[in-house]
Design a binder for this molecule. Structure first.
Ligand SMILES: [Zn+2]
Ligand SMILES: [Zn+2]
Length: 240
């Protein structure tokens, strides 16, 4: 399985060379390419990527609004996401949470996560060639964390903040972003050996990334996890 980080910037105006575009990733396996998320930044740039399918985590602009001019392939999202998207797609497909679906030879299983009341979000457990990863760029927490993360090789998580929670209460629910430190704790509890963070927030983008990377690695090491911060253009090949 090959992961290509096309973009790693979260919902912030600040950009750098390393974090120029909204978080999006291509999962490649056996000649197939599935794009996960397509924020505003990707408007007009999707055709050139030639994805076989696009899968969306939620309807926020930085994850899904790059498809306002259409898509060159089928687009998968939950019913709730489709209800919140401000555009129509010719080949729109519905993802049902906790029901794995095979997309271009790669299995995606959506797990609902707490993040937004207006744009309910999911993370995806992605399986191919006997290897599983979990992709969740925006979240407060995963409802069924154990089922989501058990046996996962790599957790691709929310890099909005390092240690300071960006969480607010709205009614009975929590919205926002949980720190990387907390997410590393989940990896430790569920036995996930590796974590990489995308959807980088201002705290990460404006930091001296070498120092921040060292701080994150130390934090992760204490929890028995290997961790890093992703950047635009990074590719990883994972083998079973
Ligand atoms: Zn976001
Ligand atoms: Zn969001």
């Amino acid at each position: 399985m090959k992961l290509s980080f096309l973009g790693t910037r979260g919902y912030t105006e600040i950009t750098t060379r390393r974090h120029r575009r909204h978080s999006a990733m291509i999962v490649g396996y056996d000649g197939h390419r599935v794009m996960v998320d397509c924020g505003e930044d990707w408007m007009g740039r999707v055709q050139a990527l030639h994805p076989h399918a696009i899968v969306l985590t939620h309807a926020h602009p930085d994850h899904a609004w790059g498809l306002q001019a259409g898509a060159p392939c089928p687009v998968f999202a939950t019913r709730e996401s489709w209800a919140h998207l401000p555009y129509e797609i010719a080949d729109r497909r519905i993802v049902v949470p906790r029901r794995p679906v095979r997309i271009a030879g790669i299995t995606f299983e959506a797990f609902p996560v707490e993040h937004s009341t207006r744009a309910p979000a999911v993370g995806y457990r992605v399986t191919a060639g006997g290897l599983a990863i979990f992709y969740v760029p925006d979240l407060v927490y995963i409802y069924e964390r154990h089922a989501a993360l058990s046996g996962v090789r790599l957790y691709v998580g929310d890099g909005a903040t390092v240690t300071r929670p960006l969480v607010r209460r709205r009614g009975r629910t929590l919205i926002g972003h949980t720190p990387m430190r907390t997410q590393l704790g989940w990896c430790q509890k569920e036995g996930v050996p590796g974590a990489i963070f995308t959807h980088c927030g201002t705290e990460v983008i404006t930091a001296d990334e070498r120092r921040l990377g060292a701080r994150l690695r130390a934090m992760a090491q204490e929890r028995g996890v290997a961790a890093a911060i992703a950047h635009d253009g990074l590719s990883l090949t994972l083998r079973a």
